[in-house]
Design a protein around this ligand. Structure first.
Ligand code: ATP
Length: 295
């Protein structure tokens, strides 16, 4: 299957500091991909590399099989809605549609007009006078009318109230289902991602912590709680994602393909939010510690 996003050893440095490091990914087309991670994790950096706004400092990235922004055809296939849903404050809604039509070879003016009308946006209204939610919807409309094969959105709903967020994401989902394009969007709101994403990438500390289909991730991650035990005594094939210990008890989030058979453990399935938090927990994640550490 075609990869929508493929990265090999991808890295980007600002001065001496790595914003993204050793990033290796292969995301198949046809997914709604959620990109999540703490502030400064490298999400925007990855998305800007994917749309060609940044060049890698190390490794390689391809999007829909091509180098980002390398040709006009490649540019036309990828839509990007940057953080804070940028629009031109001095231009009217109609001006934005005209500009979109001039700049994008695959532009669908009928879709844009129909969407603007459905959202109740006045074409003569200046974008600078729209509410945050309306501006976000206008930016999404521009992204959709471009008719991309991949739409990338960087925290598109951050500034929106819950109702506007729901409307925005619903519009995005409907369009993705109708027009059959892939979506990659970053957000801090895991509950939103849980509703709409079927593929997840967790970035933390400039590195990819985990990436995969949501169903597969949920089926292979468990929280196990029981008498205190050193992680070295867990069976092979149970990879520790995070660990917490009290004097008597250990709680692990583990990834495993096999059922947990040891009766000493109480095993619970994880929701997406718990899974994300386990991977984002820098102190408790990563490598198996050599010995127990009391927290
Ligand atoms: N133009 C820049 N110059 C220098 N450092 C930068 C620049 N842009 C980003 N960085 C740094 O790179 C790191 C990753 O930033 P990035 O914006 O990709 O993170 P993010 O995960 O999108 O964060 P947030 O959730 O806060 O938007 C941060 O440490 C940030 O300070």
């Amino acid at each position: 299957m075609t990869s929508v996003l493929r990265a090999q050893g991808l890295g980007r440095r600002y001065g001496r500091r790595w914003a993204l490091r050793d990033c290796t990914l292969d995301v198949p087309a046809g997914h709604v991909v959620g990109l999540v991670g703490p502030n400064g994790a490298g999400k925007s950096t990855l998305l800007k590399l994917a749309c060609g706004q940044l060049e890698p400092s190390a490794g390689a990235i391809s999007v829909l099989g091509g180098r980002p922004a390398s040709t006009p055809a490649q540019l036309a296939r990828v839509g990007f809605v940057a953080q804070d849903t940028p629009v031109y404050g001095g231009l009217t809604v109609e001006d934005h549609l005209r500009l979109g039509a001039r700049l994008n070879p695959r532009w669908d003016q009928e879709l844009a007009r129909e969407r603007v009308a459905r959202l109740g946006l006045d074409p003569a209204h200046r974008a600078g006078r729209l509410s945050g939610g309306q501006r976000a919807q206008l930016a999404l409309t521009l992204g959709l009318a471009k008719r991309p094969d991949l739409l990338i959105l960087d925290e598109p709903v951050a500034a929106l109230d819950p109702l506007a967020r729901r409307e925005f994401l619903q519009g995005l989902m409907e369009a993705a289902a109708e027009q059959r394009f892939s979506v990659v969007l970053s957000s801090h709101l895991v509950s939103d991602l849980e509703r709409i994403c079927d593929y997840l990438i967790v970035l933390a500390g400039s590195r990819v912590r985990v990436a995969g289909e949501v169903d597969e991730l949920l089926a292979t991650h468990f929280r196990i709680t029981g008498p205190r035990r050193d992680p070295g005594r867990l069976p092979a094939g149970q990879d520790v994602v995070s660990a917490r210990h009290t004097e008597r008890q250990s709680t692990y989030v583990i990834r495993t393909e096999d059922p947990v058979l040891d009766p000493a453990w109480t095993v619970t399935r994880l929701g997406l939010e718990d899974l994300v938090l386990a991977y984002m927990d820098e102190q408790a994640s990563g490598h198996r510690p050599a010995a127990l550490e009391v927290r």
